[in-house]
Structures are given as structure tokens and as C-alpha cells.
Design a protein around this ligand. Structure first.
Ligand SMILES: [Mn+2]
Length: 474
């Protein structure tokens, strides 16, 4: 034979797997050469107009007729792992550049094939497992959404959707998505919140997207037939929702136990609550409006600190789904609001009052009027050189508010805060961020501001460092 084979793809081993790969590639207009040891198989392939030759994968002379400068991928797909290994070795010795995909019967031999020169090894049983798990996940979602629809449809009046207090973009966008979903099922809903929308970014989001939200303490809650709660899971925990209110729907991504409702979806393996709601829209085939897509995207983006903090595959997938519907100019506007003078003042106080113990930083941010400035100050201080864990606290009315940030992989800051302050207040969070609230009452009757600040600082410092296992010399 004078002319060499010059195909872009070569498939060695044309059993069920190889054959279907050949068919699919040719259907996509690719030039494929199929090689198999069985004459009968090759004849079948040729009858169907595929380029096919008979050859033994382990026979070096087989490869002499192939022009490897034209080949981009060689797929070694016989069911004989040893033969595949030998074939990979031969192909690799002929061409360093060609991309080799090889099939391995078990995950044990996967490494051997990689060492022989395969760029990618397929283990059928593993691939099967992945597919089955994916189908299970889909079936779970399907079942969940059917239940959610049932609960919403059983609503005979309006649905009240609570966020946590001082809602952030993750909570606001999640509530907005649930409102849209309720409307899809013919139920009107209102977004309800306690506290304030304080953080500049959050205010900008609500204003620019014209999201309607009602202050819960200014409405008559008895007008609602059912209630939902997003981005938190229980009345009274991280929110001011009256404890006697019956909640029908709970959607959250914070760890929680014993949550009672007709519909509960708590996933701790996603970075944002907005990711869960985006999955609902996707599965329900609801195309998000520009406003909703922009809100959810902003929710995921800010909650994961621009996809850097606690971001999972699901968050990326949700963001990718939303992306084409997002108004990116608005996102830019929401991200760039001016820093308020109060934030600047608190930041200045926190910087001035910082106390550093090895890589831990503790700071009293003063008497504040807006607790949302604390996480911002903590984020800022975490950028200091040599600092991996930050705790910032401030006093507001009758409580001490604590916000902590951590980038030390050995520390779960949420757990540390629970250990340090769980017995005197409420505390919790994730590995990277957490918060706590302590009633000032535990510090007794001290009314002098400076004396109280000193007392609180000492107590918090001691408890926090103790929980971290740091010895402090007095
Ligand atoms: Mn959240």
C-alpha cells in the first residue's frame, strides 16, 4: 500500500462501545478510522460505509500505515486492558503529541494505562456510577419540585415569604425566585423581612431591580394563608420571625436540625441559597426574567465572594444557566455604590483597635448603628499580611454582634464561635465565615461606655482565643 491512512480520529477496538463512538464521530462529520481484530466486525463496519481495517492492537506493524501527523486522537477501547496498555505504549512511542484515550476494566489498572502514556483513561464502571448518581439526583429534584408545587397550590390566599433579618442579596434573590415560582402556580406572594436593608450593595440591588419587599413588622401577618422562609430555616434563629408562626416551606443552605415544614430543602453542599432556587427554575423550565436572573446571579456572586468562598460545582452551573439572561451593566452598578461614611468610620475604628495574636486578629469596631458593617470590616482585615483569622465585634443597642472570617484550612470558624459563645448567645457559621450575638445583659449593670467596651473586649478575646486553643500571657 502506497498511501498512508490519514484520519483525524482512530478508534481501536470496535465492540459495542467503540462502534457507537465511531458512528457518533462520523455523524458529526469527522474522519474516523476504525480498527478491530475481528474480520466479521470490520466487514459489518465496511458494509455500513465506515473506514475500517482488520488489525491487532498489540502488533507494531499495524501502525506503520498510519500518518500520525494527521491524527489528533487515538481511542484504545478494546475490552482487554493488557492489550490496551501495549497499544498505548506503541502509539506513544510513535507520537508524543497525539491525545490518547484508553479504556480500563477497573480503576486499579487506570494508573498503569496512564503510566503507559494515556492522556485520559475511561473506566466503564465508574462512568456508569456517575450517570446513575446523576439520574438519582435528577429524580430527587423532580420529586422535590412536585411536592413544592403541591404545597404552593394548596395555598388558598397569599403566600408570605420571609428572609432572614437584614436580608442580603442571596436571601433577597431567593425570595424573589420563590415569589415567581408561586406566581407560576397561580399564587400571589409578598417578600417579608425584619431589620433593614443596610449594606450599600443590598440597597443598590433592591433599588436598581425595583424589588418589592415589605417590612414584616409593618404588615398584618394574618392576611397570609401560608408562609415560606428562605436562606434560614427556623423562626427565631437569625431572624425575628414570631416563633408561633407555622412555616410551610423552608429552603436554605445553612446546616440545621429538626426543621419542621411541609416542604424542606436544606442543602449544605451549595454555596448559595440562590443556587437551589436557580436549579428549581431550570428543572421547571421557567425562563427567568431579566430582573430575576440578575438578582439570582448577584446573589450567588456576592454570597460566594465572587466565586472564591465556599463555591461548589452547583453554584458555577447555576451561574452559567443564568448568565445569558443577566443584565451585566446593572450588576456593575450594584457592585460599585459609594462607601458610606459610617462604614468608613467603623473600618477606621476596627483598624485602630486591632489586637494580633500570631495569625489571629481581634478588633472592637465600636458602638455601631448598622451591624452589616462588621462583615465588611472583617473581610477587609483578613487581607492584612500574616492574618488568617479575623474576629470583629461591635455593640448595637443591647447586644454584642460578632463577625468572623477565616482562611486557615485547619479552622472551622463557625465551630469555633459555637464553642466560644454558644453558651451565652447564639453563634454559628461555616468554615470560612461565621457570626454570633451576645446579649449585653451578661455583662451586668455597667453603663459607662468605655468601661463596658473594655469589659466586653476582654471577655470576647478570652473566650475566642480559648476556643482556638491559644494561650495568652496576661
Ligand atoms: Mn445565604
Amino acid at each position: 500500500m502506497e498511501e498512508k491512512f490519514s484520519h483525524e480520529y482512530i478508534v481501536i477496538g470496535c465492540g459495542a462501545t467503540g462502534f457507537s463512538v465511531v458512528k457518533e464521530l462520523v455523524r458529526k462529520g469527522k474522519k474516523v478510522l476504525a480498527i478491530d481484530i475481528s474480520k466479521e466486525r470490520v466487514e459489518v463496519l465496511r458494509d455500513e460505509n465506515y473506514d475500517a481495517i482488520v488489525g491487532d492492537a498489540t502488533d507494531e506493524s499495524l501502525y506503520q500505515d498510519i500518518d500520525f501527523s494527521k491524527v489528533s486522537i487515538v481511542m484504545v477501547l478494546t475490552s482487554d486492558t493488557e492489550a490496551n496498555k501495549r497499544a498505548v505504549e506503541i502509539v506513544r512511542s510513535i507520537s508524543k503529541d497525539v491525545f490518547i484515550i484508553a479504556r480500563s476494566q477497573s480503576s486499579k489498572t487506570k494508573e498503569e494505562l496512564e503510566q503507559a502514556g494515556a492522556d485520559f483513561v475511561v473506566v466503564p464502571s465508574e462512568a456508569m456510577k456517575t450517570i446513575v448518581l446523576e439520574v438519582i439526583r435528577k429524580a430527587d429534584t423532580y420529586r422535590k419540585l412536585k411536592l413544592l408545587a403541591k404545597v404552593i397550590e394548596s395555598c388558598r390566599g397569599r403566600l408570605g415569604i420571609f428572609t432572614h433579618d437584614n436580608p442580603d442579596p442571596d436571601a433577597i434573590s431567593s425570595a424573589l425566585a420563590l415569589k415567581e415560582i408561586a406566581r407560576y402556580y397561580g399564587v400571589e406572594a409578598d417578600i417579608l423581612y425584619y431589620g433593614d436593608i443596610m449594606h450599600q450593595e443590598n440597597r443598590a440591588m433592591v433599588n436598581l431591580l425595583e424589588i418589592e419587599m415589605l417590612k414584616a413588622d409593618e404588615v398584618d401577618l394574618s392576611i397570609y394563608d401560608k408562609f415560606a422562609i428562605v436562606d434560614c430555616s427556623k423562626p427565631g434563629v437569625n431572624n425575628s420571625i414570631p416563633q408561633n408562626i407555622h412555616i410551610s416551606i423552608v429552603i436554605d443552605h445553612h446546616p440545621a436540625e429538626d426543621v419542621m415544614a411541609d416542604f424542606v430543602d436544606i442543602r449544605t453542599d451549595v454555596g448559595a441559597c440562590a443556587t437551589i432556587l436557580t436549579e428549581y427554575l431550570k428543572e421547571m423550565r421557567i425562563t427567568p426574567s431579566r430582573t430575576l436572573a440578575t438578582a439570582l446571579f448577584f446573589g450567588i456572586k456576592t454570597e460566594t465572594n465572587n466565586f472564591k468562598k465556599n463555591t461548589r460545582t452547583a453554584d458555577f452551573l447555576a451561574a452559567a444557566f443564568l448568565y445569558p439572561f443577566v443584565d451585566h451593566e446593572l450588576i456593575e452598578k450594584m457592585e460599585g455604590p459609594a462607601i458610606s461614611t459610617e462604614t468608613l468610620d467603623v473600618l477606621a475604628t476596627a483598624i485602630k483597635n486591632r489586637q494580633v495574636y500570631s495569625s489571629f486578629l481581634i478588633s472592637f469596631a465600636g458602638y455601631i448603628t448598622n451591624r452589616d458593617v462588621l462583615p465588611q470590616a472583617a473581610d477587609f482585615l483578613l487581607r492584612l499580611e500574616g492574618i488568617s483569622t479575623v474576629l470583629v465585634f461591635g455593640i448595637l443597642k443591647d447586644k454584642v454582634y460578632i463577625s468572623a472570617r477565616n482562611k486557615d484550612v485547619r479552622i472551622n470558624i463557625g465551630e469555633v464561635l459555637k464553642r466560644a459563645f454558644g453558651d451565652v448567645g447564639s453563634a454559628g457559621g461555616h468554615a470560612h465565615s461565621g457570626g454570633a450575638q451576645i446579649p449585653l445583659g451578661i455583662f451586668g449593670e455597667v453603663t459607662d461606655r468605655d468601661a463596658l467596651a473594655k469589659l466586653v473586649t476582654e471577655a470576647i478575646k478570652k473566650r475566642f482565643l480559648n476556643a482556638l486553643g491559644v494561650e495568652v500571657k496576661e
